[in-house]
Design a protein around this ligand. Structure first.
Ligand code: IVH
Length: 675
């Protein structure tokens, strides 16, 4: 051999990398599989004979040895948000209108990209080496899945192509092509393994697998679609960023295309919609992004998503049905909304029998009457809406007229001069009170188990509660005699209410129901102010200092806390002993029996409270969930366990008794407080 061994190894690595890039990224093949295998075999043999020349970035090192201990949770340096959706070209045109108005320009240049249906990931490269890969998670924290991503051959372990940046993070979608997915399922069926529902589930499942060798057999691919902090790399437009990533050896979808102005964007959307079946991967729409980074920056973000991009979803989102009647619904803020009661019809896979009619003006404008055949549509919002009347033949029903009094309490309705909405201003209106309390206790808010519609109705009817703070005054002895209550459910309810006193502050903020404060805004406010009192004392300028908080949210927050209702509620909650906690940043725990797994607690543990158990599990890198599913890592069962235990048995999920739980805590180095 003429070359020295280190040189030969180096040359083999570069050649294999080059062929990997050609085959997996570019989609071309220069040498036969046999020639490729021969190069790989030679490299392996040389590395085995010279362990001192091993290199983690060698193409032989994509698969980790043994099982991974779990995935640690890591914080994203820049949040991984998602995009808002539009469901029609009209909605897309509205997006373009908003962008043009905010930028003050006549035409905007966009990039239109297929929205590949897979799993979003972030890849960090340092000095050109692939250092870390993460899932999106909740957008703020995700799982570190570097070892699994390293098995994907279209993810280069080293960047190439000239000047490599010192540090760069790119984001993209890991996915499976449709044909490869079918073959994977056929293979699994033959082997007697469970098949996957769809390519996306197969991708999620693969990325969560702890056996890297198994992950390597899954036909995963990636398309990158974003450079994080592109200005650091001198990039001025998104299209330039795509080309830059391609030069570095990353896989970029060749179908991404620039479009000048809305007309060109519309044409591209129409073209793709017609051709979507021909794409080798699953897609449910397109992503439209403002091309210039300067313009992107000027547009900025709302609390949930960027203003510079949007998803355009394919497909029909409309259905035709008959309008049977119009009901009035009093919301928790007193807005009275007319709701269409429809003959049930299936829309995007769900049965729709109610849809919003917004307000009197909308009904008049569209001239909607009971008995009409109407079109319902599922738009960007969750609730379907009635968009138009299709045929209104024969004698039609009378015009709809908004009543002048609240249907629930009879208080005269007031129309806000700036809004089309009418409102019942009676804060003690029973309909509002019920909704406020139901919302307070709901999943996304304080999640008080056992306090749904029925119980709230019962408690309000009995005169036991008339606002959320009253919940904390409830006594078991008053509840037991109520219909359908009994000792057990009464004490469970009291316990659940008690527990909610120390819920995270952001949940409490959602529960209080301040206008424009959803879960994301609540998290931001909780993180910034730390306590309810702190936030209540904040003025508009200090709220506006927070980048994602705009004037609408700021004014809504301050006016709530300076209102009588707001002040009373804060006082009452504090007096009742509500002490929300701030969320501790998740400690990243890489390994151990709890790391990266989800646990469900059921029954009573002898030596510790549920709160303590939850805290210990979270401290050891685990997560807590209230319900058992296939994703549950283990169920921890104390004495007198509930139906969760049966479900765990059915799903063949690990069940730990208290002794097993304590042993695991010991192994994780976490100890319960001595009693
Ligand atoms: S851009 C701020 N581009 O769709 C979010 N996303 O809701 C920027 N996706 O989470 C995302 N193809 O998982 C972008 N070409 C593409 C995409 C794409 C698929 C997914 C991604 C993201 C979701 C958007």
């Amino acid at each position: 051999m003429t070359q020295s061994i280190p040189k030969r190894i180096q040359s083999l690595r570069r050649r294999i990398e080059r062929h990997d890039h050609l085959y997996y990224v570019v989609g071309e093949q220069e040498i036969s599989d046999r020639e490729y295998d021969a190069l790989m075999r030679e490299l392996k043999a040389l590395e085995d004979a010279h362990p001192e020349l091993r290199d983690p970035d060698s193409p032989t090192q994509r698969v980790a040895r043994g099982l991974l201990p779990g995935f640690k949770t890591v914080r994203h340096t820049v949040p991984m948000l998602s995009l808002d959706n539009t469901y029609s070209l009209e909605e897309l045109e509205e997006f373009d209108g908003r962008v043009r108005k905010l930028l003050g320009v006549r035409d905007v240049e966009y990039v239109v990209e297929p929205k590949v249906d897979g799993v979003a990931v972030a890849l960090r490269y340092e000095r050109g080496r692939f250092e870390r890969g993460m899932t999106r998670g909740d957008g703020y924290e995700g799982d570190e899945i570097t070892a699994n991503l390293r098995t994907i051959r279209s993810i280069p372990l080293r960047l190439g192509g000239g000047t490599v940046p010192g540090e760069v993070e790119v984001r993209g979608e890991v996915y499976m092509e449709l044909r490869a997915f079918d073959r994977l399922n056929e293979r699994r069926a033959r082997a007697g393994d469970k098949t996957f529902m769809n390519p996306r589930n197969a991708t999620t499942g693969s990325l969560k697998t702890l056996d890297t060798a198994e992950v390597a057999t899954r036909p995963l691919q990636i398309y990158v679609f974003q450079v994080v902090r592109p200005e650091r790399h001198g990039l001025r437009t998104h299209f330039e960023a795509l080309a830059w990533m391609k030069r570095l050896g990353l896989r970029v979808n060749p179908d991404n295309a620039p479009a000048r102005g809305f007309e060109e964007t519309r044409r591209l959307c129409e073209r793709w919609e017609a051709k979507r079946e021909k794409l080798p991967y699953g897609t449910d729409g397109l992503v439209v992004k403002v091309n210039s980074f300067r313009e992107q920056e000027a547009l900025g973000f709302t609390a949930k998503s960027p203003r510079w991009g949007i998803a355009y979803k394919f497909g029909s989102h409309e259905a035709e049905t008959t309008l049977r009647s119009i009901e009035l619904q009093v919301g928790r803020t007193g807005v009275v909304t007319p709701v269409a009661i429809l003959d049930p019809v299936t829309l995007l896979g769900t049965v729709v029998s109610r849809a919003t009619l917004h307000n009197q003006d909308e009904i008049e404008r569209k001239d909607i009457r009971v008995g009409d055949r109407v079109i319902v549509e599922k738009g960007g919002e969750v609730i379907p809406k009635v968009v138009r009347v299709v045929s209104a033949h024969g004698r039609r029903g009378p015009r709809f007229e908004m009543p002048s009094k609240c249907p629930a309490c009879g208080t005269p309705l007031v129309r806000d001069p700036d809004e089309a909405a009418v409102r019942c201003e009676n804060l003690y209106c029973p309909a509002q009170v019920r909704r406020r309390i139901v919302h307070f206790a709901s999943r996304g808010a304080l999640d008080i188990e056992g306090l749904g519609w029925k119980t709230v109705d019962l408690l309000v009817d009995e005169g036991l509660i008339s606002d959320p703070a009253d919940l904390y005054q409830l006594e078991s002895k008053r509840l037991v005699p109520l219909e359908g209550m009994g000792e057990k459910s009464a004490s469970n309810l009291i316990q659940a209410i008690e527990k909610s006193k120390t819920a995270p502050l952001d949940r409490l903020l959602v529960a209080i129901g301040i206008r424009h404060v959803g879960s994301r805004v609540a998290e931001i406010l909780a993180e910034r102010f730390g306590t309810l009192e702190g936030l209540a004392a904040a003025d508009e300028p200090s709220l506006l200092e927070i980048p994602t908080i705009g004037p609408e949210i700021a004014s809504s927050v301050t006016s709530f806390f300076s209102s009588r209702v707001g002040k009373t509620l804060v006082r009452e909650l504090t007096e009742a002993g509500v002490r929300p906690r701030t969320r501790a940043p998740l400690r990243a725990v890489a390994s151990g029996p709890f790391a990266g797994k989800t646990f469900v607690l059921t029954g009573t543990l002898e030596g510790m409270t549920r709160e303590e158990a939850s805290r210990l599990i979270q401290g050891a890198g685990g997560r807590i969930s209230s319900s058992v599913s296939a994703k549950t890592g283990a169920v921890i069962a104390g004495s007198d366990p509930g139906s969760k235990l049966e479900k765990a048995r059915r799903l063949k999920i690990d069940i730990w008794d208290e002794a097993a739980f304590r042993a695991a805590l010991k192994r994780a180095g976490a100890a319960p407080a001595a009693r």
